[in-house]
Design a protein around this ligand. Sequence first.
Ligand SMILES: [Zn+2]
Length: 354
Amino acid sequence: MSPTLHLPGLVDVHTHLRVPGGEHKEDFVSGTAAALAGGFTQILAMPNTSPPLATLDVLHATRAIASETVRCDVGLYAGASPQHVDELRALAAQAVALKIYLNDTFGPLRVEELPTLHGCFRLWPRDKMIAMHAEGQSVAVGIGLAAAYRRPVHFCHISRRDEIELIAAAKQAGLPVTCEVTPHHLFLTDQDAARLGPLGDMRPRLATQDDRDTLWAHIASTVDCIATDHAPHTLAEKASTNPPPGVAGLETALPLMLTAVQQGRLTLDRLVELMALNPRRIFGLPAQPDTTVEIDREARTTLANDRLLTRCGWTPFAGMVVQGLVRRVTLRGQVVYDVDRPEALAPPGAGRVI
Ligand SMILES: [Zn+2]
């Protein structure tokens, strides 16, 4: 078995790059560097920024910043908000997908009104995905909307037994629903949350061992994508009296999942489906020709804060020993990341805005 493994460029449909308004946590320059270091060449950025990507002005200006600063390919979500439903069609021209927050998250985007949900499902183009942050019985609301409007709905960061089992039932009934799970929900539990404090706090919160085991039980079937929910905050913010929820994830997802492959929890083919093929197909993202990730599959490393390229500079997985090291990333024939040559990192603006 060759020690070098070649994978296609990975696709992450759930990142927070914090532009505009949170650039001290992350921006397109640092966030896309972290993406490439993690083997991701195509990522989608969430709209709960400050101000949110919920108006044409903000979305347009953010696309312009992205086109000058991204190192890998980036698409932007538009955010649903009750005040701007009438802008949805115009927003769709600038965004790859719509995000609807049915439950509490970081930032002000939260939809609680049925008229707004109707508006989203009526106005958002049918060829673009609607993704939902739905926890608990909100998953049933999303499934109901997918059924009533006969259109695909993607569920973000599913984390609990009841939720994944409901999605499995919806799929069995033939409904057009898909879902993602995060590495932190696959590798950590509420026990870790107690140990990590604010550094183990995110939405959805870390769940029980039973929830985690159930996600793994569905990894070869119900789960469609691994998504990082990369949500950086500074250590100072995490140490404050009111720490915001969210943890970084772009640089740890692939080594964690490769470690799971080595442990026999999923196959390498399934990893490629979950981290590249399915997310691209589900969100209708463009192919990236001549794009590969070279991995030293025999390297064992200890995840460490001081090696991260994300601006926030920390990970809840620090200290964990993982299998597999990203050595080199090639995007459209160009080397855009080399672990031994920092100067090979793609410059800001080298990536495309989808
Ligand atoms: Zn998120």
